[in-house]
Ligand binder design. Structure first.
Ligand SMILES: [Zn+2]
Length: 159
């Protein structure tokens, strides 16, 4: 058994607002998020031609994370769903990712890890950098089978 972790790093830009926050995050503002997705596994043996030595092909991981996470969130407003100005944003043709939870880095990390687990990616951990000095990390082994607790707050609609 030689388990190995591999990591792919992504960035995306998005806006959000943390209503009720005691500081300046109560304003609508944006971040360039950095996302680190770590996958853990045992490298394939010689019985899988072409895949030998890989935990997972970086290109395959990139494709899933791009299509399920980065593309829907990039240059979007990350909405809880009850913001009074959402209709105005929609009318203006702005991109909205309606997540159904308070869009803290902690909740985003849980959402991303759970979404990738649902896509059958053997995620070990997800780290979301909200600023160059602030990150939140979740280990997928610590996410309940029926999903993170934020899911009880609403529906996720990032499509
Ligand atoms: Zn923020």
């Amino acid at each position: 058994m030689n388990r190995v972790k591999i990591c792919k790093i992504f960035t995306f830009d998005a806006a959000h607002q943390l209503s009720g926050h005691k500081g300046k995050c109560a304003n609508v503002h944006g971040h360039t998020y950095t996302l680190e997705v770590v996958v853990s596994g045992e490298p394939q043996g010689p019985e899988v031609p072409g895949e030998e030595g890989f935990v997972m092909d970086f290109g395959d991981l990139k494709e899933v994370v791009r299509s399920r996470i980065v593309d829907p969130l990039d240059h979007a407003f990350l909405a809880v769903g009850d913001e009074p100005f959402l209709d105005s944003l929609r009318a203006a043709g702005s991109k909205i990712a309606q997540l159904g939870f308070r869009t803290t880095a902690e909740n985003l990390a849980m959402f991303i890890a759970f979404s990738l687990l649902q896509a059958s990616i053997p995620v070990y951990s997800v780290k979301v950098w909200e600023t160059p000095t602030s990150w939140a990390e979740v280990l997928s082994s610590e996410i309940p089978q029926d999903g993170p607790s934020y899911r009880k707050m609403g529906v996720c609609d990032v499509g």
